[in-house]
Design a protein around this ligand. Sequence first.
Ligand code: TRP
Length: 371
Amino acid sequence: METNQNERKKVIFSAIQPSGTITLGNYLGALKNWIDLQDDYDCIFALADLHAITVRQVPANFRHNTLEAYALLLACGIDPKKSPFFIQSQVPTHAQLAWVLNCYTQFGELQRMTQFKDKSAKHADNVNAGLFTYPSLMAADILLYQADLVPVGSDQKQHMELTRNIAERFNGIYGSVFKVPDAYIPKKGARIMSLQDPSRKMSKSDENVNGYVAVLDKPEVIMKKFKRAITDNDACVRYAEGKDGINNLMGIYSCVTGKSFEQIEKDFDGKGYGDFKTAVGEAVAEHLRPIQERYNEYIKNKDYLEKCYTQGAETAYRISVRTLTKAMKKVGFVPRAHNKSRLTNIINCQIFTHKKAETLKCVSTFLLCIL
Ligand code: TRP
């Protein structure tokens, strides 16, 4: 895409929760699109770990899952040189703006969110205030970066509508502070359904592990899961209403091979479901192989991971603090006196880059030596 020097690329923001296994559904439905968007847009990506604690997490698993997700997303192709990629809890502006936006979000609006209704039914013993105000944190994530477009699955459409309403409401009171973002629902790709119940979305919380394929599943596990996939009695590989299982497998096969549905129907003309399932399994395993190899490299390299997420957080902070400061000023908070404030220095220290922290360590060791 040719861009004029003065013409700015559109800004894309998206995030995913680092809670547990990342599935083929997450990858084909969301992550693969993120990767493809990186050249044509200014992308910023995050792991929404603050959102993840709206359900109870076991600390060690939570930490492990977050690092695993970070390494896996790098392995999938997020390029931190092109797209700042950070961990939400490391950028304090998110929680700060979320509080402000909470005060511009109505109780009734939050109560209407279907995800809140579903999740509070599912976790009836822990219907916490964070679960309720989850959408205003999500709005803060997006509005901080003045995002034009937000790639999300259809389950997040209602949260996007609310984000737009909050932005418009705030702008209506204070003038133009936030860019009002649009949801970006890619044409291609893919709502990947459970292999065991193709009427439901593929989900890591499926009680039946054969329902989902994890991006890190071993090839033999992938083959086994596809061989067990639910199909129908028609015994003909074609896309048609009522053939949810086969339609889903065709969607997956098409995503990983680039083949059209017509082509797939032609290739499997006269062949049985057994052959088709084997072909889908092999194609998926082959597609995931290089991702798994890269993942195994990254996850061993803690220094590299640390450097990436620290730089990501610093860039994200630098961009987002401008929006936060503007919004807070409009509301009427007394601005901090930047040059004189020790607090500013402390906050800046907290988000110090790796490099600066390192330098500081050297300087203090040196001082200790000469004193
Ligand atoms: N709520 C999103 C999900 O569960 C994750 C998310 C958090 C997000 N903040 C966001 C998505 C901002 C897009 C933009 O899928």
